[in-house]
Design a protein around this ligand. Structure first.
Ligand SMILES: [Zn+2]
Ligand SMILES: [Zn+2]
Length: 235
């Protein structure tokens, strides 16, 4: 029986892996077919190294120059728009775990020049949100990264205290105030180079606050690994 179950699991894994999550055609290991992958809203190479927004010559954007974030930069792959938003929503709100594979594949394209960190921290959910959702989408994406990016993930090192108010209508300053005090460092991070994995970055206030807490606890560097970035209008 156990053997049969193993066989079924293997077929399921192959099926999920071998079909493009967007069009159903044959897919590579990244979970997308070549043509859907090429059509994604990839960010241009010239972008702000701090917040991943496109800038004319790849310089820091005005916002990051005026108020530098606590983190040391962001590696991000695509703009948060169709069809990436559909994949993120399928994973997050409809529990379609198969969508984590293409999202990990998309993120991997932004990581080729990233130094492998000592520790990869999927951005945690609050306990209440985790119970409600049943899984943390950032941990699912982290689990599916491959090669040198499959770094040790620290469970329970970064804790999330309570729930920040919804941020959609807030300005950047208000977002920063809103997320202040929502993370705590529960493990040893002294001297470590850390990457925080998040699915979508809007203003960057959440990532910034997590980085601030980790640095105060002794982390030497904190970078953001983010699948998708909302356009400036979302700030
Ligand atoms: Zn496809
Ligand atoms: Zn910026």
């Amino acid at each position: 029986m156990a053997k049969r179950l193993d066989g079924i699991r293997e077929v399921l894994a192959r099926t999920v892996k071998s079909r493009c999550a967007l069009c159903g055609d044959a897919a590579s290991d990244s979970g997308l077919c070549t043509s859907c992958r090429e059509d994604l809203p990839w960010l241009p190479a010239a972008r702000c190294q701090s917040c991943a927004l496109p800038t004319p010559d790849g310089a820091l954007c005005g916002v990051c120059l005026r108020s530098p974030p606590s983190h040391d930069g962001v590696a991000c792959a695509v703009t948060y728009e169709f069809p990436v938003d559909a994949l993120v929503r399928a994973l997050k709100y409809h529990g379609r775990l198969a969508a984590a594979r293409p999202l990990a594949g998309i993120l991997a394209r932004a990581l080729t020049r990233e130094p492998p960190p000592d520790l990869l921290l999927p951005l945690p959910l609050s306990d209440a949100r985790l119970v409600e959702r049943g899984f943390n989408q950032t941990a699912e994406i982290a689990r599916l990264l491959s090669g040198p990016w499959r770094t040790a993930t620290g469970r329970g090192i970064l804790g999330r205290i309570g729930r920040a108010r919804p941020q959609a209508s807030l300005s950047l300053d208000a977002r920063r105030r809103n997320v202040k005090g929502t993370f705590e460092c529960l493990g040893q991070v002294g001297g470590l180079r850390i990457a925080i994995l998040d699915d979508v970055m809007t203003s960057g206030a959440t990532l910034d606050e997590a980085a601030r807490v980790l640095k105060r606890a002794g982390a030497v560097s904190v970078r953001g690994w983010v699948v998708a970035r909302t356009p400036r209008a979302g700030d």
